[in-house]
Design a protein around this ligand. Sequence first.
Ligand code: SF4
Length: 201
Amino acid sequence: MMNKINIASICPATEALGPGLRGAVWVKGCPFNCPGCIAPDWIPFQKALLMRPDEVVDELFSSDKIDGITFSGGEPMLQAEGLARVAQLARQRKEVNFICFTGYRYEDLINKPPSAGVTEFLHYIDVLIEGPYISKLNNGIGLRGSSNQRIIHISPRLSDYDFENCLRRAELHIRDGEILVVGIPSKNIESSMNLLTKSLY
Ligand code: SF4
């Protein structure tokens, strides 16, 4: 039986992480420790929400209107086997598209996969946004944290969306008494949000 996925959070509806209405899944645990990471709480390899792939998909489809799913973290490629199953089950429900953020380079994922299931997971991904976050290269535009990150169109789906130049969006979602920042905020908004979330926790 497949291991559960260590989930940091799930958002069933956002317009801030790619084209259309999207579900988003963040996993917990990342080996990169990029200075200035927007999700530092999700870097430690600690147990969070342990969920089966079908449970993740049920939550993502609580709004049946999503056009796609965005995977982020933490580091999705370290939990690729479970996320590939999420993608497979999601596609059985609807022809959704998939975007994935990763700190790994595409070539390394192909040549030295960091976990079981990476090859299968990549088979489902339409757009991979890859490479570590480098704060000084955060130019405030596009669906990526910094300009060193490459946007790789693995499939033709979403080829008409301008990932490099689209305006960034960030949404505040309040859930179970906590504030979740969804999207890629500008640097100024990011520091304001950090103050806000800290003051309200
Ligand atoms: S790869 Fe992403 S999640 Fe991991 S530390 Fe870097 S910015 Fe944060």
